[in-house]
Design a protein around this ligand. Structure first.
Ligand SMILES: Cc1cc2nc3c(=O)[nH]c(=O)nc-3n(C[C@H](O)[C@H](O)[C@H](O)COP(=O)(O)OP(=O)(O)OC[C@H]3O[C@@H](n4cnc5c(N)ncnc54)[C@H](O)[C@@H]3O)c2cc1C
Length: 465
């Protein structure tokens, strides 16, 4: 147990960033609270299989098996030294207090420092027909495989862009699933600036090329520079295929019974938003990100952000960022052992993170968000799947109500008001509104997060009263 005067530090997330943050806090003599809504630790990439499943590390994590094993082993060793609360959702944040709920039981946790290591989710762009049964995000397709050892369909097309597109497709091939095609909206030749960024981590870039070779060897149709037309099928029977314009402008159709969609990742920033952290628009990735200093300090004193929830740096970057943010928090709190660790380690950690950030920018340029796609989205295409709001309704909202800002358009159309709270449709809705207003996307703002950040059980009366 730490002394009664020890600072109260809470970590949200038990992925690579959260585990390394907790480890640094324990090394400095603290007993932090670690909250995670998941059943087991490991986060997204190093997701642990459910108890009772016995697949080995090499099978589950491939080339990343040693890192996954190390993270799990280190967290197991921390178990008695942290107050770990699994299956606990951090659903709200008020100054100095984190609001959580576990199995319907609410709890308010006061903190002196909060480390938000909340990870990322898929970044999705709507395609006409993507509301049909059989259409999943890439992440969901991967989780089905990792957690439950099953594929999303018997013949799958992967459509989108980014490293996860190729990785998940290769994992499906390895698992024996039939992959009909991998359709990438990124141009075949990335700009030079992208290559410069990708060379910051040459081994990782090489691994990407190996995945492509592996897919080619397996006979998977690979197309770059495509423009999605439609997820074919019917509302009654679900997905039957995908049609796209290829790089030459010809229409191509690929039959399948399931589609995995995704355009790289987006940071989970709702808690940062509720903490009133300042955000800035980043043109390279065309998204709003919390303002941070080199160590992960947000603009709100006492709130630190690390890992993919702050910047999509990948798992290695998340581990370094989690440790650095934890040490920065201790140093700011005047905690002597923590400050000593910070002073001896921050320079190396910052250097590591700078390299990871160059790579992140390279990826964003090589696999760009398909901004041109939104102008051509037909009016009947669903944008917000939770509330069934179409592109046409959003355009009418701009024309008829003069909504030139996303939160106003949300009030009139209900876009982003459903279960996902705009996490999956928010970026696309902003693009459609901006195009309809003829404004740059940064000028129509961003959807503000609201509590609860994720759906709560209905019987949590104390929380809602
Ligand atoms: C769907 C998906 C699949 C990916 N697959 C790969 C892959 O195969 N290979 C690869 O190299 N990279 C992959 N990535 C990227 C990789 O997962 C991340 O780079 C890495 O996991 C980042 O670590 P992190 O600790 O920042 O976040 P995460 O590992 O995502 O951990 C965040 C943790 O925070 C918890 N959390 C979030 N919000 C709350 C809340 N409000 N309350 C309580 N708990 C909360 C989550 O349950 C989660 O356990 C994937 C990312 C995603 C989103």
């Amino acid at each position: 147990m730490s002394a009664p005067s020890a600072p109260r530090v809470v970590v949200v997330g038990a992925g690579p960033a959260g585990v390394r943050a907790a480890q640094a806090l324990v090394e400095a003599g603290l007993r932090p609270v670690v909250i995670d809504e998941g059943r087991r630790d490991g986060g997204q990439i190093y997701r642990r299989q459910p108890e009772g499943f016995t697949r080995g590390y090499a099978k589950l994590y491939g080339s990343e098996a040693p890192k996954a094993e190390a993270l799990h082993r280190d967290f197991d060793a921390l178990r008695g030294k942290v107050d770990y609360r699994s299956e606990t959702l951090a659903w709200n944040l008020t100054p100095g207090e984190l609001h959580t709920v576990r199995a319907g039981e609410p709890q308010v946790l006061p903190f002196d420092a909060l480390l938000v290591c909340s990870g990322a989710t898929d970044r999705l762009a709507p395609v006409n027909g993507w509301h049909r049964a059989g259409c999943y995000s890439l992440g969901a397709a991967q989780i089905a495989l990792k957690a439950q050892a099953c594929a999303i369909g018997s013949k799958v097309v992967f459509l989108g862009s980014g490293p996860l597109l190729y990785l998940v497709a290769a994992q499906y091939v390895q698992a024996g699933a039939q992959v009909a095609a991998v359709l990438d909206t990124a141009p075949a030749r990335p700009p030079l600036a992208a290559l410069a960024g990708l060379l910051a981590r040459p081994r990782l870039a090489l691994r990407g090329l190996q995945l492509i070779r592996q897919l080619r060897r397996a006979g998977v149709a690979l197309r770059k520079g495509v423009r999605p037309l439609e997820i074919l099928g019917s509302d009654e029977h679900g997905v039957a295929g995908v049609s796209v314009f290829d790089a030459h402008g010809d229409v191509q159709r690929f039959d399948c019974d399931a589609v995995g969609l995704g355009w790289h990742l987006r940071a989970e920033t709702q808690l940062a938003d509720l903490a009133r952290c300042e955000f800035a628009f980043e043109p390279t990735s065309r998204q709003w990100l919390p303002r941070l200093d080199e160590d992960g300090r947000s603009s709100t004193p006492g709130v630190y952000l690390a890992g993919d929830g702050a910047r999509i740096l990948g798992a290695d970057g998340a581990e370094a960022a989690g440790r650095l943010a934890a040490l920065a928090a201790l140093s700011d709190l005047g905690h002597a052992p923590g400050r000593a660790l910070y002073q001896s380690q921050h320079a190396d950690l910052r250097r590591t993170l700078a390299t990871m950030d160059r790579f992140r920018r390279g990826l964003a340029l090589a696999f760009p968000w398909p901004q041109a796609q939104f102008a051509g989205l037909p009016d009947q295409a669903v944008v917000c799947r939770c509330e069934a709001v179409t592109a046409g309704e959003l355009r009418r909202c701009v024309d008829q109500t003069g909504s030139r800002e996303v939160n106003r358009a949300k009030a009139f159309s209900r876009v982003g008001m459903g279960r996902c709270q705009g996490r999956y449709c928010g970026h696309a809705a902003a693009e459609i509104i901006a195009h309809a207003c003829r404004l740059p996307v940064e000028d129509v703002g961003r959807l503000r997060a609201q509590a609860p950040v994720k759906p709560l059980p209905m019987d949590t009366r104390e929380v809602l009263s």
